[in-house]
Design a protein around this ligand. Structure first.
Ligand code: CA
Length: 757
């Protein structure tokens, strides 16, 4: 062999060696190029997706990396690879790593956006997804169940991601334990931003679930730490833990409605978590169920939730519970937690004929329970002698029955540099959370290139647009407006010949300067239709039904006939509405199925001569616990000659996963409301399954009774300080329970001419 050949073969060997040992980085610009790159990928290789939009891309990322040399799938520039349309990501194999992708403007054609498996037999292990964003990547049908992230396999990590705006049914993220290959998984979920998840209005709105009841006696060994849960309001459970030996540590829960629920599984550790409720309705803390749970060094401040949604809830269990019911609390250790200005601590909660197994062998010690006002904080539903209370510090609480184990002392708190409140007096330093607890900041989670959503009001954020009653001007102004704009009407009469579709938050009001007279009438079956993304605020003018078509079922405002992903808001202030009487069943507001209002507020308004109802919020009749509006508040308003009810509000079924609906009527009058023969409920106000009702300081005249139908939970209904003249007293019925009804009806005046009372 001559030296040249020798040299050449030597070089060839070097090149071969180099090719197999040194990783390659390949940039791909098409889905075909991507597939080829994946099929050839070796340990250490990096496949780079070119910046830009990748539409309808079902990414299957498979391969076998090694601990030292994972195979990576990266964005050319983090945050600049946008995956849209019918897209998703499946990862299967060992030591794979994905980073930098953004999923938006589309939804998954399967049930999952990011899955740590290809199929049932091919899972991901030792793999990582980091710095990805899933932003409002929702199926347009809000009741279609889908999941954003499902983790299977073992030893996977999900970190520094942002999941924002999940609006469909189905948990945002779940750890699955549904086979041997996925239990005892040792997954790590950390530094993620779980962004706002709006109220779903039914079960299936959890943000994170670990396990399911079926495998709940298996250990998961999942660690959930240093994540930030920002306004995760989907339903009663923010985190639903349904497996054993997990650690949930160092997370922050900011204004999130619901609780961290230890629903199934034993031996979990919940420590160093911080809950800031800021007094927001239904913000809760930790709910304890099952055996050997440790609840240590957690901080809860300003939590307003009650019942199962309280700041700290220890449940009763079911004796010999089936796997999907409530297992008895035993050997719980609850120590060194700080409960600051949080309204409700519930012990032996849920006690009833079925849930009769009280907590046993449990410890409750070294906790600080502080309240500014003299308040009763504890509700004790059953025998709690199985909880040993020792050396707790109680300040401000007026709970007299708490004896041994609670030292009552007036203490002063001071906010420390870490944002948490501690006793000023150093002698109390060993109570409550430790001084070195440092809650993770919003800025420390998620991808650092991703801007997190703020909490600005949706209304009045845009420009003011003046509108006159020239033909078509209002229609054009509504169509061309941007989100948050304010349309200001000149005085005059407006006849609207097309339905005004509201697809963004919009305010329509009279010019503030003059007390002008403005009347708006309309020639279609509705004046406004709120479609997906819309919200509407009306103030300072009159609406008349006098020009409406002569057919049944008109409405001033209706919601889209299609499923709406975005909850809407509606504000009616200082309005006058009349002559909705061209034909029968003319409603002020008529909603469609699969639409949810976050809130409807009516203030200082006058309604007269309406053949239908003021509000028809009664389209979810499947009894799945779904409903059409979370809050309905009416104040300082007057209703006369209304054929239907003021409101038909319906939430059916016995599901207990939600907080609403809420209804409030104060300082208002109803005169001849609900007497039309087509008013099926024969009620002036018809509330079916409403959870919180306040009817206070109103005047009812010549109207049928208020009907309150309690369906589930412990509904709170208060009817006080009203005057009923020629109007029967309210009728309350418990539909699913033989218990006496819980409504508070007192201090009402019944006038002498009240024949029906
Ligand atoms: Ca649930």
């Amino acid at each position: 062999m001559n030296t040249f050949l020798l040299k050449a073969s030597f070089v060839a060997v070097i090149v071969l060696f180099w090719q197999s040992a040194v990783s390659t980085e390949i940039i791909v610009r098409t889905q075909d190029q991507y597939e080829q790159a994946v099929s050839k990928a070796k340990p250490g290789d990096i496949i780079v997706l070119a910046d830009g939009e990748w539409k309808d891309f079902e990414i299957l990322f498979t391969g076998e990396g090694t601990a030292e040399k994972p195979i990576r799938l990266e964005a050319q520039t983090k945050g600049k690879v946008i995956v849209t349309g019918q897209s998703n990501l499946r990862i299967a194999g060992d030591y794979l790593e994905v980073s930098g992708l953004v999923f938006k403007d589309g939804y998954t054609p399967t049930g999952t956006v990011v899955s740590f498996r290809r199929n049932k037999d091919h899972l991901a292990n030792y793999s990582r997804v980091t710095e990805i964003v899933i932003d409002n990547f929702n199926n347009p049908e809000r009741r279609e169940t889908e999941f954003w992230v499902l983790i299977y396999g073992k030893h996977n990590r999900f970190d520094h991601n942002a999941l924002v705006g999940k609006r469909t049914k189905g948990v945002t993220m779940a750890v699955r334990l549904n086979s041997e290959a996925s239990i005892e998984n040792h997954h790590q979920i950390d530094h993620n931003y779980f962004g706002p998840r709006p109220i779903l209005g039914s079960n299936g709105g959890e943000t994170l679930r670990i396990g399911t009841s079926h495998y709940s006696l298996s250990n998961s060994y999942t660690v959930v730490e240093n994540n930030y849960f920002d306004r995760c309001n989907g339903e009663l459970e923010i985190i639903s833990n349904k497996s054993g030996s997990n650690i949930i540590r160092g997370n922050v829960f900011y204004e999130s409605r619901g609780t961290l629920t230890l629903r199934h599984g034993n031996d979990n550790i919940i420590e160093d978590n911080v809950f800031f409720g800021n007094g927001v309705d239904h913000t809760g803390g930790i709910r304890v169920i099952n055996a050997n749970q440790t609840i240590r060094n957690n901080y809860m401040e300003g939590l307003a939730g009650y019942r199962f949604g309280g700041a700290l809830v220890v449940m009763n269990g079911v004796p010999n519970s089936p796997i999907n019911r409530y297992h008895q609390v035993s050997n719980a250790l609850i120590e060194n937690n700080s409960l600051i200005n949080s309204d409700h601590i519930q012990l032996a909660a849920g006690s009833d004929d079925e849930r009769s197994a009280t907590p046993v062998n449990s410890q409750f010690s070294k906790n600080i329970i502080f309240t500014k006002e003299q308040k009763k904080l504890f509700t004790i539903y059953d025998d709690v002698s199985g909880i040993e209370f020792t050396d707790n510090l109680l300040s401000g609480a007026s709970d007299k029955e708490l004896g041994v184990g609670f030292k009552s002392s007036k203490i002063k708190l001071k906010r420390a540099a870490n944002g948490l409140m501690y006793p000023q007096n150093k002698k109390y330093a060993s109570w409550g959370v430790s001084g070195d607890l440092n809650p993770i900041a919003k800025s420390q989670v998620g991808p650092n290139w991703y801007e997190k959503p703020g909490n600005a009001d949706v209304f009045n954020t845009g420009k003011v647009i003046k509108v006159s009653n020239e033909e078509g001007e209002l229609f054009a102004a509504v169509k061309n407006a941007s989100a948050g704009d304010i349309l200001e009407l000149h005085s005059g009469n407006y006849t609207v010949s097309k339905i005004l579709k509201i697809d963004k938050p919009l305010t329509i009001r009279s010019q503030k300067s003059k007390k002008s007279s403005i009347e708006v009438s309309f020639e279609r079956s509705a004046l406004f239709e709120i479609v997906d993304g819309g919200s509407l605020s009306l103030s300072g003018f009159e609406i008349s039904g006098k020009d409406s078509p002569d057919s049944a079922g008109n409405a001033v405002i209706r919601t889209s006939g299609y499923s709406m992903l975005h909850n809407y808001r509606l504000i009616i202030n200082n309005m006058k509405v009349s002559d909705l009487d061209i034909n029968h069943s003319f409603n002020f507001i008529n909603v469609a199925k699969n639409t949810v209002a976050d809130s409807i507020d009516i203030n200082n308004s006058i309604f007269s001569d309406v053949t239908g109802a003021i509000l028809k919020l009664d389209k979810e009749i499947d009894d799945y616990g779904i409903y059409n509006a979370e809050y309905l508040n009416i104040a300082n308003s007057h209703f006369s000659n209304i054929g239907g009810a003021l409101v038909d509000f319906y939430r059916g079924g016995t599901d207990e996963s939600t907080f609403g609906p809420h209804f409030s009527l104060t300082d208002s009058s109803l005169n001849n409301v609900g007497n039309d023969k087509r008013n099926k409920s024969k009620a002036s106000i018809h509330l079916h399954g409403v959870q919180l009702t306040t009817i206070e300081n109103n005047q009812f005249t010549d109207s049928p009774a208020i009907k309150l139908l309690h369906t589930v939970g412990e509904p709170r209904s208060t009817v006080i300080k009203n005057t009923f003249s020629n109007t029967p007293l309210p009728v309350v019925k418990e539909l699913n329970s033989a218990k006496e009804n819980t409504a508070i009806i007192r201090d009402n005046k019944v006038s002498k001419d009240n024949k029906n009372a």
